[in-house]
Design a protein around this ligand. Sequence first.
Ligand code: AHM
Ligand code: MG
Length: 330
Amino acid sequence: DSGKLTYKVGVTLDRFIKSKQQDFPYATGELSQILRDIALASKIVSREISRAGLSDVTGAFGQTNVQGEEQQKLDVVANVRFTRALTKGGEVCAVVSEEEDLVIDLENSKGKYVVAIDPLDGSSNIDVNVSIGTIFSIYRRKTPTGSPIQEQDVLQKGSDQVAAGYVLYGSSTMLVYSTGNGANGFTYERSLGEFFLSHPQMQMPVDGVIYTINEGLTPHINPNILSYLEGCKRKGATARYIGSLVADFHRNLLKGGIYLYPPTSQAPNGKIRLMYEANALAFIAEQVGGAATNGTERILDIVPQSLHQRTPIYIGSKNMVAGLEKALLG
Ligand code: AHM
Ligand code: MG
């Protein structure tokens, strides 16, 4: 072993997106452009995050977001970067963001697409140099272009997503996305300023040995879930919990596992937001052979009633999710 690292710097994200453009039912290049815009914003955010400890961007911003959580400066920075990138392109008519109370109507009625985004998820990990992520969903608007956007353009169910993905700001920055034909992962090469295809046609193991839950919640959750977890432990499973959904999901995608955010007595719908956290990851999960449910219904089938709606979520390796569903029946 020479100890030398070899790098997989072959297909760039741009080239890959271009090569796949013909696969879209509506190959006008607009969806491709949105993906490129998101990738560009994520490079900027990645740069901001990597020097977070140096620049004056960590810590509370002195205001709370719509969920009543303290908003971090980097959350704000990321929100601005992504919404700006989506506004400039002209393909998007509306944005739903975790950081914004209301729909952002871009007043671009020609835009065919609606984007739901959590610009920087894992807020409790920002200040402590732990992995965080961006999560996004892309929908086609339902009403004709040229008319004002309507509720039905925005409150679409996850199965209507035309593309979805996430960016993980981890030991390296990665972008994973799908347009409904499998999912591919790209690793960012900072010195070249490019994402390169590093994880083609990702597949999640159908079984896994990792369970991922905030164990502190267990006094307040359905005992059937506890029985499921006990079963995992008896089979020799390992506990892993980062507290950043993207990072927890990504690890389980690669290694096999289940992520659980159940209802609790205090939070009967759990914590995870349907429109800009659960849906995108459920879409990716299904694309890589995994599954995602709220316990009784496929996440992608849930019809959203409001922008910031929460949902219980059990997501990951197919057989583990099936086992959990069975356990929930008692
Ligand atoms: P956030 O949007 O405020 O960052 O909250 C979402 C995060 C997820 O990334 C993570 O899986 C979960 O909240 C952790 O919650 P908890 O601290 O209750 O374990
Ligand atoms: Mg979030």
